[in-house]
Design a protein around this ligand. Sequence first.
Ligand code: ADP
Ligand code: ADP
Length: 218
Amino acid sequence: MLRFEHVSKRYPDAGEALTDVSFHLHRGEMAFLTGRSGAGKSTLLKLIAMMEQCTRGSVSLDGQDITRIGERKIPYMRRNLGLIFQDYKLLNDRTVFDNVALPLVVSGYNHQEVARRVRASLDKVGLLGKEKKHPLALSGGEQQRVGIARAIVNKPKLILADEPTGNLDPDLSAEVMFMFEQFKQVGVTVLIASHDIELINHLGHRVLTLDKGHLVAS
Ligand code: ADP
Ligand code: ADP
């Protein structure tokens, strides 16, 4: 489903952020990406999200090489991805409904389909009934669940999460991880960058470890 082949990434006027990284994830696999600050985790996620391009090697998604994909195809390819961030990145002046609906509106779905899918997503994260609230009226855990609902509303094949539990206490972190495990059950591939070694070890999924841009364990 996701394949890195001999991927290196050098930023202009900087050392290599990633060096000769190869791995693959199967459909429905859940894996953690870990390593110290500066090890290259965000860079690896950005290559998959097509926010950066690799310097050497190739990245493919569902059999399609996204390394040298044309600019115009990027928005279309991104629909296969659900992105989740540590700081939620919600629009605080919009309702929960509007936040979750955003990717669908961008994709051009009609009102009825948008409403149906937004409710289905909110149901999956246990937030049905909170449609009209604004994000800041919710707890941190609830805000992250809105972020998750937004990430899954397009039914992506791959979910990328960058420190999704970084601002949550252990109970809420466990809750968020439980949700990811449910997506895995329905065939979604999940890659989670995290520092939370305790949580990672507890869950027992595959772990990809980066050290100064090298993949040292998988
Ligand atoms: P984290 O450690 O939480 O992944 P960082 O603090 O390393 O985040 O990076 C935050 C943002 O700044 C990222 O988008 C990253 O790509 C960018 N960044 C990190 N280091 C540099 C740098 N040396 N020059 C420019 N941008 C950088
Ligand atoms: P992590 O997410 O593991 O903290 P990053 O991928 O953010 O690591 O960073 C890996 C390395 O690349 C770091 O040395 C960082 O300073 C550098 N880096 C990240 N983004 C940029 C950028 N936009 N420009 C230059 N250097 C960057």
